[in-house]
Design a protein around this ligand. Structure first.
Ligand code: NFE
Ligand code: MG
Length: 572
């Protein structure tokens, strides 16, 4: 007999996500992913000046504001065939890298680690043994017996006072929790330090972007960071060195704390390499452009479909441009009868009622559309990007993936190959691999910027106006965001936006069925086959869902143009 499990809302994510499971014999047999919150931006952009779209677009999400700003300016630049000066590319790239490091650190420690780490078990740890273990894994400077004893004492204080605070309401003591107390203590200690290092990463974004969230320094055609090394009001030597120092500190945390923690936790949960692969067709796009046109990049991207790789070239690449559609068959939008290309995309809400618990799935069950690439559901995110980069022979990705698999394999006492990355725990490892790669590239792009300024180049902007003022254009801007491939699609007529569509990483991954009831989206498919020890505490399902780092504000980003309420959604 099967049993229905509804998780609503899923917490430790951004936005409102509901997961419905059909569980039989302690295993997930079928799954549905629903975005239950209605909001957004696409519709209000119509009729606006394309040069200001990025300012609105970055309000799509409170977590990844910068990424929508980047994709938006790139889409208009692509439409106008506008080049971007090298200083602007490097400044944007440093922001992209720093924001990504913040995001990946927060995802591991604050949003997903507590599915694997039992905080209360850390109270039983021996700080000296924990310190010895940590020193065998990494040279990180804050792993001394004294450091770890202090964390244990702090935690004991929380527990004694009955105030677990941020650690309240975990599935502590759940039978699926397997880590020894010493590893739990180490992870809790780094959880607290990670709060500090994610902030340092965002400081870089704020210095270059004037503030964060919602940076202010972009422009269609470049950036607004005037460069004069001796002027206190502009980007100068002092600010550049402040950025470098912060990047160095964050990189050390990523390489010496985050990366080995993921290897250790992953190795101790090696049985989770069997679960959660789901959709194994992958999509990623290249990132960190190295020229003014966006034809060469530091991070490769492309598709892997049925094991075959195909690269995605530069901005405007035809293979990417022609492959993307979105279906509204199972989503709360009017369905045109067939999936639509984003330049022809429609956002017409058609709410057909909430899904009552314990009833069969309704025809429409989510506010998230279902993107497809050449008709196929695709998994996006760090796993997709790392799998592609490995197949493409990218040296930095190969270096860190090898280190991850060797360290986790030594902990698990088994040999691990890249195939194990295609799993719930592998998705978390892939994000740590990508973070380590990004930490090196952040430092590289800082150096490239300083060298370019050193050559006497202070150009930051190419004016879009000469072309923009009249004519019709279509553009696509892509960006490999922390959660995966993001694309913004613009149609411009006589200087105004005639259509604007955003196809977002969490839309790819959290999206519903498209063609039929067998055509599951990536979250849905990855849940099928997961063990569920206790249907009342579906910790295992949360492990898999959290491994994608859901962001539902990004996935659903549409609002009625008049700002009227279209439907009231009750979130339980
Ligand atoms: Ni709102 Fe986002 C990212 C975008 S969605 S966090 O990364 O784009 O997945
Ligand atoms: Mg959209």
């Amino acid at each position: 007999m099967s049993q229905r499990v509804t998780i609503d809302p899923v917490t430790r994510i951004e936005g409102h996500l509901r997961i419905d499971l059909e569980v039989e014999g302690n295993k997930v047999k079928n799954a549905w992913s629903s975005g239950t919150m209605w909001r957004g931006i696409e519709t209000i952009l119509q009729g606006r000046d394309p040069r200001e779209a990025w300012i609105f677009a970055q309000r799509i999400c409170g977590v990844c504001t910068t990424v929508h700003a980047m994709a938006s300016v790139r889409s208009v630049e692509n439409a106008l065939d506008l080049e971007v000066p090298m200083n602007a590319q490097y400044i944007r790239n440093i922001i992209v890298a720093a924001h990504c490091l913040h995001d990946h650190i927060v995802h591991f420690y604050h949003l997903s680690a507590l599915d694997w780490v039992d905080v209360t078990s850390a109270l039983k740890a021996d700080p000296a043994a924990a310190s010895k273990l940590a020193e065998s894994l990494s040279p990180w400077k804050h792993n001394s017996t004294r450091d770890l004893a202090a964390v244990k004492e702090k935690l004991a204080g929380f527990v004694a006072g009955g105030q677990l605070g941020i650690f309240q309401n975990g599935y502590w003591g759940h039978p699926a929790m397997r880590l020894p107390p010493e590893v739990n203590l180490l992870a809790v200690s780094h959880y607290l330090q990670a709060l500090e290092y994610q902030r340092k990463a965002l400081q870089v974004v704020a210095i270059l972007g004037s503030k964060t969230p919602n940076i202010q320094n972009l422009a269609v055609g470049g950036v607004a960071n005037a460069i004069n090394l001796d002027n206190p009001a502009t980007l100068n030597m002092q600010k550049l060195y402040q950025v470098k120092e912060l990047l160095d500190e964050v990189s050390a945390f990523v390489q010496q704390a985050y990366f080995p923690d993921v290897a250790a936790v992953g190795g101790l949960y090696a049985e989770w390499t069997k679960y959660g692969a789901g959709v194994t067709d992958y999509l990623s796009v290249p990132e960190l452009p190295l020229d003014t046109k966006g034809t060469k990049f530091d991070m490769p991207g492309g598709t892997i479909i049925a094991g075959q790789t195909k690269p995605i070239g530069g901005f405007g690449d035809a293979y990417f441009r022609d492959g993307v559609t979105e279906s509204s068959k199972y989503a709360y939008y009017a369905d045109s009868g067939s999936p639509l290309h984003p330049w022809k995309g429609e956002t017409k809400p058609h709410y057909t009622g909430d899904w009552k618990a314990e009833t069969p799935a309704p025809d429409k069950y989510t506010w998230v559309k279902a993107p497809r690439f050449n008709g196929k559901p695709m998994q996006v995110g760090p796993l997709a990007q790392v799998m592609y980069a490995l197949k493409a022979g990218d040296p930095l990705t190969t270096k860190y993936a090898t280190a991850m698999l060797n360290t986790a394999g030594a902990v698990a006492k088994t040999k691990l190959t890249p195939a194990v990355l295609e799993s719930t725990v592998g998705r978390i490892a892939a994000r740590a691999i990508r973070a380590a790669v990004m930490s090196e590239l952040a430092q590289k792009h800082w150096k490239l910027l300083v060298e370019n300024i050193g050559k006497g180049d202070t150009t930051i902007f190419n004016d879009p106006m000469p072309k923009l003022a009249k004519g019709e254009y279509q553009g696509v801007g892509f960006h490999e965001a922390p959660r995966g491939t993001l694309s913004h699609w613009t149609v411009i007529k006589n200087g105004k936006l005639a259509n604007y569509q955003a196809v977002v990483p969490s839309t790819w991954n959290a999206g519903p069925r498209a063609k039929d009831d067998k055509d599951l989206g990536p979250y849905e498919k990855s849940l099928v086959g997961n063990p569920i020890a206790d249907p009342k505490k579906p910790l295992e399902a949360l492990r898999t869902v959290h491994s994608f780092d859901p962001c539902l504000a990004c996935a659903i980003h549409t609002v009625d143009g008049e700002g009227q309420e279209i439907a009231r959604v009750k979130v339980l």
